[in-house]
Design a protein around this ligand. Sequence first.
Ligand SMILES: Nc1ncnc2c1ncn2[C@@H]1O[C@H](COP(=O)(O)OP(=O)(O)OP(=O)(O)O)[C@@H](O)[C@H]1O
Length: 740
Amino acid sequence: MDNPNPNLGLWRTKSDQLAETLTATMKAGEASTGGDSGGGGSSGGTLSRKSSRQTVLASPGRGGKNTHIRKTRSAQMKFELDEVGSGAALSRASSASLGFSFSFTGFTMPPDETTDSRPFSDDDIPEDIEAGTRKKFQTEPTLPIYLKFTEVTYKVVIKGLTSTVEKDILNGISGAVNPGEVLALMGPSGSGKTTLLSLLGGRLADPVPGGSITYNDQPYSKLLKSKIGFVTQDDVLFPHLTVKETLTYAALLRLPKRLTKQEKEKRAQDVIRELGLERCQDTMIGGSFVRGVSGGERKRVCIGNEIIINPSLLFLDEPTSGLDSTTALRIIELLQDIAETEKTVVTTIHQPSSRLFHKFDKLILLGKGSLLYFGKASEALVYFSSIGCSPLIAMNPAEFLLDLANGNMNEVSVPSELEDRVQLGNSERETKSGKHTPAVVHDYLVEAYETRVAEETKKQLMIRASPDEDIKSGVGSMKREWGASWREQYSILFWRGLKERQHDYFSWLRITQVLVTAVILGLLWWQSAVHSPKELDNQAGLLFFIAVFWAFFPVFTAIFTFPQERAMLNKERAADMYRLSAYFMARTTSDLPLDLFLPMLFLLVVYFMAGLRQTAESFFLTMVIVFLCIVAAQGLGLAIGATLTDLKRATTLASVTVMAFMLAGGYFVKNVPIFISWLRYLSFNYHTYRLLLKVQYETISPVIDGIKLDSGMKEATALATMVFGYRLLAYISLRRMKIH
Ligand SMILES: Nc1ncnc2c1ncn2[C@@H]1O[C@H](COP(=O)(O)OP(=O)(O)OP(=O)(O)O)[C@@H](O)[C@H]1O
């Protein structure tokens, strides 16, 4: 690939040196395999150094060179690196608790969790792909980032009931990837691909990994967040936003402040066009309960969400899983286009077709957390053939490599050293029915890589020249810059929240629920009078019910707010999209219109049917008290939801709390023992009930039920303190939440 950036001249030269040394190391150690990859030459699988004729499998690369096998003298064998380089899960649900039902909406489920498990296919794949006239993806130049990682190790501590064990996830993985290249991480399920990708993308810091990961020779810093795009395996998107809305909000929040709103919107439109999403731009994303765009389109929206910021480094976790081969090809070609504009692309991939495999520049093959191969993808087969493992039948190279990584040697030539081990060892670990076990194959491959290539690769990575000083200082001198001011972030998030939940606001189910409850209450207390203490006591029961109903209802609705958005919040905070305070304010205020509309409807029905005090002042004061109670109760729900990640635990705690608050509310128990009397001061039911009594009966009697009917300032202040206090607690809990 041509190097469009003259600053990278030295860099490239050193890159070549690395490739050459790697190749030379492989050549020197290569055994004579006696032929091409499908030729069935076995033998020669020893780790001794031999000089012989080489088998080279040339990749078509980006330039569209044909795949073919050619033989060449080792002395003539020279690899041109640049040449090759051109080549919520929570969903809408209903929860019934204490007799009330609450509905909420969550995120798009990952494809494998949706009902339809067949591979997703895009029926609108542009014809240019099939015609081979695909338009290239164009982005502006950004700071090129050279990613290097040496001896990366990662362990987790797994706590059991009786014991604690340490599990090694990654064992000393080294490699590097240049701007302009696509590095593929391959390996069987559970081999550590996602863990390595997350470590490289700065998304996994707990526990601290071993080894070193550098970006232009600088360690990871939060400032890099704006230069990194990270597409997760699960598609975390708002199901009720359209494709265009999703990408436009991402552009408004993530693109630098210096761009105008129009420029940001245009960028979103450009990404829609580049990703071929025009036809579905006005379609909702959809989820488990809402039909939306196809799986391939959804994946492209996720990619769009990240490339919209034009990142220098793009990480993708299995971007093609669940997609048909044409859609998968389109996505990998898109990654190539992105890489060609001097971006560094790293992707995990499960089982690529051979067409896809040849599109990668570099490859890391992992097996049980160990490195089995790092180098050019086009040379992977050469390397494995050099250690005596060649496919005996024509097969997809990716399939062959995954078989090896899984320890499956069927249809693969067996290196003589492995044969010897099996014959000599003959232990259960080494053989099973006369065949080598996957464990022994794995050990052989790890050992082979370590003895032949690993040391040399590490050395080269160590002595590799630093990138140009300008580029190096580019990472060091970056500043953390928000895409929008606090006010803009608040406003964007507020409107996004309204759009996403607008269907909830006009949910006939909720409106009917409130109306039916109101009508039943109105009928039960139909035109109730307060001429006697008994009648007054009877009506006070209604007031207490109102205080309880409008406390329980908001607590159990608000409790789902943050657990439901946790995945999205994690993803967006990891990308530094906005300040947590702006999100928190927007999220808590965008629900207020609905929270205030429903009680208004409720009171209009109950108040007049039950014949409560017929003055405008008392009606509006009753409404203000109910609003205050709702907002205070919501605060408690938000605080519980933000503090406890587990919804079961959160709802259990909320049930106990609201029950205690209700009992301490002053209606059921009049003479509370002194040692527990403090509980009522924490109860919003208590304060609301007292305020409602004061508004209704202040003209009838100065004292009712032992309650002095004064101005109610104390109760109003207590409720206002709860409104802010619980919210502050929720905010602090969110701040402390770890970003994964
Ligand atoms: N925090 C953790 N606690 C316990 N085990 C973990 C943890 N993180 C990863 N693992 C384990 O580490 C191994 C590698 O996980 P990882 O997700 O990186 O694999 P993978 O290659 O991406 O798999 P797949 O292709 O199935 O997504 C798995 O066995 C996984 O169970």
